[in-house]
Design a protein around this ligand. Structure first.
Ligand code: CAA
Length: 284
């Protein structure tokens, strides 16, 4: 099966990025969110990203315009009716995703693949709410989507080889390198990454050193492009906490228990860059 038309559910920082790389790949793309304000915000960010590339001479204005023209705004899930691939990138809440996948399963054509960008919820459980579990798969993009090369492809218990191969091809067309793994809590990426971030938050909680020092040690000593505290703020502390909780529940292993400081930041509404304050302050 060849992908021609893609619908992206969610116009947040991940969904917007996915819509951008989908349109860059030449796919007809629909950017959906629950209201036009949210869709417009997502499209504005895509426009800004493409504009920056034009300014840097990495892309022509005509090319940027053509990419934007391939993205159609939508506030109706019914628009999935003629899509080959739907990529969901909404809030990490199983009950909300369940409703969306039930609807998409009803609306999308029988051949369509339903993918989730979930960073930790089980693909197998999401697939089970549909009548096409073999055509449900995880496409885990990394933030910032236009820049990061990886798509972690998660194969649920029922995902077929054909569906995996189609997604592998589509990911490559989007300029990404697909790397697959089985459907385990946290997949591969977050099982490694979030344990590191959580450990940094335990260090901060214990007063071992300020966040700047923790980040500098990992940047200068380990060549990480950004330290774990800045990265947690980029991902969103609420997302970090949600992923740790999924792994804590999923494995029943105390090594995933979230730092109390992480919980407190989330309770305070200090969620990172998106709220202007997280471990670091972004208000200035
Ligand atoms: N959107 C589009 N482009 C962006 C961008 C964004 N949000 N942020 C940066 N860029 C582009 C810049 O325009 C720049 O492009 P050029 O090379 O063409 O000039 C390039 O990326 C590098 O940016 P900067 O020079 O401003 O800064 P940098 O070199 O420090 O790179 C970074 C920024 C790419 C974010 C880098 O710090 C990095 O790789 N950080 C780690 C990111 C990471 O680990 N992401 C994964 C998070 S985990 C996840 O997403 C999944 C999950 O389940 C939680």
């Amino acid at each position: 099966m060849e992908i021609k038309k893609v619908m992206v559910i969610g116009a947040g920082q991940m969904g917007g990025g996915i819509a951008q790389v989908s349109a860059q790949a030449g796919f007809e793309t629909i950017q959906y969110d629950i209201n036009m304000d949210l869709v417009d915000k997502g499209l504005a960010l895509i426009k800004k990203n493409l504009g920056r590339e034009v300014e840097k001479g990495k892309r022509t204005q005509e090319d940027a315009d053509a990419i934007l023209a391939r993205i159609k705004p939508s506030v109706s899930l019914e628009d999935a009716a003629d899509c080959d691939l739907v990529v969901e990138a909404i809030i990490e809440n199983f009950d909300i995703k369940k409703k969306v996948f039930e609807e998409l399963d009803r609306i999308a054509p029988p051949h369509a693949i339903l993918a989730s960008n979930t960073s930790s919820l089980p693909i197998t459980q999401i697939a089970a709410v549909t009548k096409r579990p073999g055509q449900v798969i995880g496409m885990h993009f990394m933030n910032p989507v236009p820049v990061m090369k990886l798509v972690e492809v998660i194969r649920g218990l029922a995902t077929t080889d054909d569906v995996y191969k189609t997604i592998e091809k589509a990911s490559i067309k989007m300029g990404k390198t697909p790397v697959w793994c089985k459907d385990v809590p946290g997949f591969i990426s977050n099982r490694v990454l979030q344990v590191m971030i959580n450990e940094a938050l335990w260090e901060l909680y214990e007063g071992v050193a300020p966040a700047e020092n923790i980040d500098n040690i990992m940047k200068l000593g380990m060549n990480h492009p950004m330290g774990p505290c800045a990265l947690a703020d980029l991902i969103g502390l609420d997302t970090v906490l949600a992923i740790l909780n999924v792994m804590y529940d999923g494995y029943g292993d105390p090594k995933y228990r979230p730092s109390p400081l992480l919980k407190q930041y989330v309770q305070a509404g200090w969620l990172g860059r998106k709220t202007g304050k997280g471990i670091f302050d972004y208000s200035k």
